[in-house]
Ligand binder design. Sequence first.
Ligand code: ATP
Ligand code: MG
Length: 159
Amino acid sequence: EWITVSDMLEEVADRFAFQLLQRNTEIFIVVEQELPTILIDRDKIDQVLDNLVSNAIKYTGDSGRIELGARKNAQNELEIFVQDNGIGIPQKDLSRIFERFYRVDKARSRNMGGTGLGLSIAQEIIRAHGGDILLESEYNIGTRVTFTIPYLAGESEEI
Ligand code: ATP
Ligand code: MG
């Protein structure tokens, strides 16, 4: 399916409208002008985005600020990121965060729901698209997850 990236990101934000309102959290969408459309498995990429935005909301207190952005990087890949100003992840946990069932600490995630599968599934989906995903975080400052999707030669068209 050929997807317009800005539409896709706006629709993710729309799916979380109620939760965002409940948490008094704002989401900002920052999309570079004139991004080519991209050929992706839309349901799968939505699954990735939903997990990343749901994490950003879950692990950010009330009155949070989430940024959802897209740009074309120097390697000619589409780069999408989800950034929050939430509780962050301690340095010691960062290397394990994409493992199945890995959650930072039971106490803080016990009441949050979820199984600890979201990031490992996201990694699987992004790799199947030929891209990669990375997570950067500072404890008590916030978290930024970035993933890439390559534009394959001849398979992208300008909008
Ligand atoms: P699931 O996604 O299966 O519902 P989950 O959200 O706990 O459960 P993951 O999405 O895989 O699982 O995330 C793994 C763990 O990484 C989380 O339990 C949480 O401890 C930490 N984490 C993920 N995203 C963030 C974030 N934005 N801020 C702080 N911690 C995070
Ligand atoms: Mg999750």
